[in-house]
Design a protein around this ligand. Structure first.
Ligand SMILES: Nc1nc2c(ncn2[C@@H]2O[C@H](COP(=O)(O)OP(=O)(O)OP(=O)(O)O)[C@@H](O)[C@H]2O)c(=O)[nH]1
Ligand SMILES: [Mg+2]
Length: 229
């Protein structure tokens, strides 16, 4: 839930959700490093918080706080869940108050079913709010590897799960964008872009939709309206 505080600051919660090992922690690491080094629209404030096992797998969550460089009162609380199946109850807790979700797929073909299971759990936790009230972005991560699934495979899954709208539906414009990504620092691909799109949509949902997917937006007003939040 976007929080507006008395000091006029705005806190937006973005969550990376996906099966264990899909790359969520690596993505946030890379996002942190590249926004710290490069001149982007967000900058990290402080260090990343990571609660993980010795193996590197997340035990509870990771969290980073980023500040918008253009709208300095806007802050993003970026979380990852612990993706291993046994942490399902913890994920539910971490999900609380989420404004935007980045569903992170492990693109290796042999994990196809595990990704679907993770998506079903997400749907269950969000109780029908995905896309309608919570913007959804999809990362097909680990695209640097061979034997990976493609966009059409994922699109079909989204259709099967009723997370894809046809052009005659007014929610069509809010269909999740599918990004082919690589989270490894040396080969990083689409890490910032995918985050940025989720953040942008989350703000649009707040400004123009009062917390729901806005219909028929006039983008010409966007930067002016952004000043008002
Ligand atoms: N080749 C490749 N490996 C990746 C990529 N992203 C992450 N990895 C590797 O995948 C493994 C798991 O990555 P994590 O970031 O720990 O995955 P996670 O989604 O946070 O896993 P949990 O915390 O268990 O949910 C690590 O060895 C990463 O280096 C990628 O884009 N390409
Ligand atoms: Mg992790």
């Amino acid at each position: 839930m976007v929080r507006f505080t008395t000091d006029q600051k705005v806190y937006i919660k973005i969550l990376y959700w996906g099966m264990g090992g899909s790359g969520k922690t690596t993505i946030v690491d890379t996002l942190y490093r590249l926004t710290k080094e490069d001149d982007k629209d967000i900058k990290p404030t402080g260090e990343l918080t990571k609660i993980s096992m010795e193996s590197g797998s997340t035990l509870y969550f990771d969290r980073g706080i980023f500040q918008s460089t253009k709208q300095r009162k806007v802050f993003y609380h970026v979380y990852t869940v612990a993706g291993q199946s046994r942490f399902s109850p913890l994920r539910k807790k971490i999900f609380k108050g989420t404004d935007g979700v980045i569903f992170t797929i492990d693109s290796q073909t042999h994990f196809f079913e595990d990704n679907i299971e993770s998506l079903k759990e997400l749907k269950n936790v969000t109780r029908g709010k995905l896309i309608k009230e919570i913007p959804l972005i999809v990362m097909l991560n680990k695209q640097d590897l061979t034997e990976v699934i493609g966009e059409e495979d994922v699109k079909q899954v989204l259709k099967d799960e009723k997370l894809w709208y046809e052009p005659n539906n007014e929610l069509y414009i809010w269909n999740p964008i599918l990004y082919k990504t690589c989270a490894l620092w040396d080969k990083k691909r689409n890490i910032y872009r995918s985050f940025n799109e989720c953040a942008r949509r989350t703000v649009l949902y707040q400004i123009y939709g009062d917390g729901s997917a806005p219909i028929g937006i006039d983008y010409s007003q966007f930067s002016e309206d952004l000043q008002k939040i």
